[in-house]
Design a protein around this ligand. Structure first.
Ligand SMILES: Nc1ncnc2c1ncn2[C@@H]1O[C@H](COP(=O)(O)OP(=O)(O)O)[C@@H](O)[C@H]1O
Ligand SMILES: [Mg+2]
Length: 402
């Protein structure tokens, strides 16, 4: 999870201060340190509370606000000042920025704009030389898990990868079940959903972080889940623009967003893959799966950048049902396999039946260890796990090919 940004706000108008406060209180990554209704006292408030960010809402008195921004900037050069105003003429914006504001946002404040500004401030902070090496990375990785036929192991991989990544206290991981009709991430985690993607879609106009977070269910591994709709007929409610909005919001507060896709390769699945940083394409060593990998890669080639994001993951390696060799599969698909997950029927099945992820159910199992290895590779080798069993991936069992 990203470290907290401590924020102080000043806005003499209660009518705009309250919605701003609510927006900020809904953000996991923000700690509201102080709030002031007076420009005159705000410098003192900030000097006492020492926040990382000061949000100055300027509309009550532009001149006083400009003066305050100048004072804040010279008294506390490290403070990131975020100015908010409904005045959007160029000279005014320029004057505000010249006074020392780092960001200028227009009122009424859109959540996405606020999040983007906070993200930018965070990135600047982490890239400033004196702070380098402190705090976790601020970036978010979106991983889509796609399959090359039904029952290939996408959900097993999505759920277990998510719960392994969630073991690292630096991470904040959310899984979205995009297999809208037949998804079973909730079953795999033994979760009874109260809210689902359907609620999010129906309330998309008033969606903010508080609502969105209220729709997520947190599992004891730390993994948060946004389940697929309970009613089959609600699957049609979820449109591409809903997913774009939800992903845009989640990316700011979660270090990893994992998407368990459907096997129908509908527009929503393609939107998910296009928004993803990495697409794990799950396959097995049988003819129909490998043939579909070839077909899918051909289709992905028509979409800019998509094929490059794909990593082929072989599941159930070593099962008796294998029809072709790894070498032949790699030759056929024309690329190397990124990771191999061994066949581990006893552990994978019993974890699934118990509704408990492998990292809790069978952390030493070979399937779990391979997933830990893959999670570590996807984290650039930076994964720090809490449990000792999970912290020692058996590297021999997994093969990394680039
Ligand atoms: N590595 C594995 N070893 C043994 N069984 C597995 C493995 N991965 C998945 N399975 C089993 O395969 C079945 C289908 O897996 P699932 O993840 O639901 O596939 P999908 O989501 O692609 O339809 C499940 O019963 C699961 O227990
Ligand atoms: Mg599935």
């Amino acid at each position: 999870m990203p470290d907290l940004q401590r924020v102080a706000i000043v806005d003499p108008s209660e009518a705009t201060r309250e919605p701003l406060r609510n927006l900020l209180l809904g953000l996991d990554s923000v700690w509201l340190e102080a709030e002031s209704p007076r420009y005159e006292f705000f410098l003192e408030v900030v000097q006492q509370s020492q926040p990382d960010i000061a949000i100055v809402v300027m509309d009550s008195d532009h001149n006083k606000a400009l003066h305050l921004i100048g004072q804040l900037a010279s008294a506390m050069p490290q403070l990131a000042i975020l100015a908010v105003s409904s005045r959007t003429d160029g000279p005014f914006i320029l004057q505000t920025l010249r006074s020392g504001a780092r960001e200028f946002l227009t009122q009424p404040l859109a959540l996405e704009d606020l999040l983007t500004a906070l993200q930018r401030i965070r990135t600047q902070r982490h890239s400033s030389p004196e702070l380098n090496g402190f705090g976790p990375s601020a970036s978010s990785t979106v991983i889509a898990v796609a399959g090359s036929r039904g029952g290939i192991g996408s959900t097993t991989l999505a759920v277990n990868l998510g719960s392994v990544l969630a073991q690292d206290s630096h991470n904040n991981v959310v899984l979205i079940d995009l297999d809208l009709a037949l998804g079973d991430t909730d079953v795999s985690l033994d979760i009874m959903p109260s809210y689902t993607l359907a609620d999010v879609a129906m309330n998309i106009d008033r969606l903010d972080m508080t609502f969105l977070r209220g729709s997520l269910i947190k599992h004891s591994t730390g993994l948060s889940l946004l389940p697929h709709p309970v009613q089959l007929e609600d699957a049609g409610l979820i449109q591409e623009e809903h997913l774009q909005r939800v992903l845009g919001l989640l990316k700011v507060t979660y270090s990893h967003v994992i998407l368990d896709l459907s096997k129908s390769y509908r527009p929503l699945d393609f939107t998910a893959m296009q928004m993803a940083d990495i697409v794990l394409l799950v396959a097995q060593l049988d003819l129909s799966s490998i043939r579909n990998v070839v077909r899918l890669l051909m289709a992905f080639n028509n979409l800019e950048g998509l094929a490059d994001k794909v990593r082929v993951v072989l599941n159930r390696v070593g099962s008796d049902d294998e029809e072709i060799t790894l070498k032949k599969a790699e030759e056929t698909i024309g690329r190397s396999v990124f990771w191999q997950i061994p066949n581990d029927t006893r552990n994978v099945m019993s974890a699934r039946n118990a509704g408990v992820p492998l990292i809790q159910h069978a952390p030493r199992s070979k399937a779990c260890q391979a997933i830990v290895g893959m999670a570590s590779a996807l984290s650039g080798g930076q994964l720090v796990l809490n449990g000792s069993a999970a912290a020692k991936p058996e590297k021999k069992k997994s093969f990394l090919f680039f």
